[in-house]
Design a protein around this ligand. Structure first.
Ligand code: AMP
Ligand code: ZN
Length: 128
């Protein structure tokens, strides 16, 4: 099933192995936002083989090492949207690797918990 991630021009690839490649996100959340993508078209993490899942994790380490060398960010968010209900817009599995810099938002606590607005920072919400 062809899709935009099945059709990425090879010159946009910043890292690859037999099963997985990495590109920079076309609409980056932060500078250096990278996507790890299996070469085989599968919709989500849960349809990937264990070998593909392992290759995606190796790709995360490789892309992180590149970004550490070129951008030296202070942290990373790693995320997968699995299914339209979870916000997935390109239905070809990809893992987001998002570099973070201290101070890029006022209060980063909660990180990926912010997928549901208002639910991210359980530490700052006070107690009932
Ligand atoms: P998701 O919402 O998790 O499916 O993420 C899709 C991601 O793909 C978004 O971060 C987009 O910015 C990114 N994206 C969409 N089209 C392209 C493209 N042609 N090349 C690179 N990244 C893209
Ligand atoms: Zn595809």
């Amino acid at each position: 099933m062809p899709c935009i991630f099945c059709d990425i021009p090879t010159e946009r690839i910043v890292w690859q192995d037999e099963l997985v490649f990495a590109i920079r996100d076309a609409f980056p959340v932060t500078e250096g936002h990278t996507l790890l993508i299996p070469k085989r078209h599968v919709a989500t993490w849960f349809e990937a083989t264990e070998a593909e899942q392992r290759a995606l994790m190796r790709g995360l380490d490789a892309a992180k090492a590149q970004l550490d060398a070129t951008e030296a960010p202070d942290g990373y968010n790693i995320g997968i949207n699995a299914g339209a209900a979870a916000g997935q817009t390109v239905m070809h599995l990809h893992v987001h690797l998002i570099p973070r810099r201290t101070g890029d938002v006022d209060d980063p606590r909660g990180g990926v918990r912010h997928v549901i607005p208002g639910k991210g920072n359980y530490l700052g919400r006070g107690h009932d």
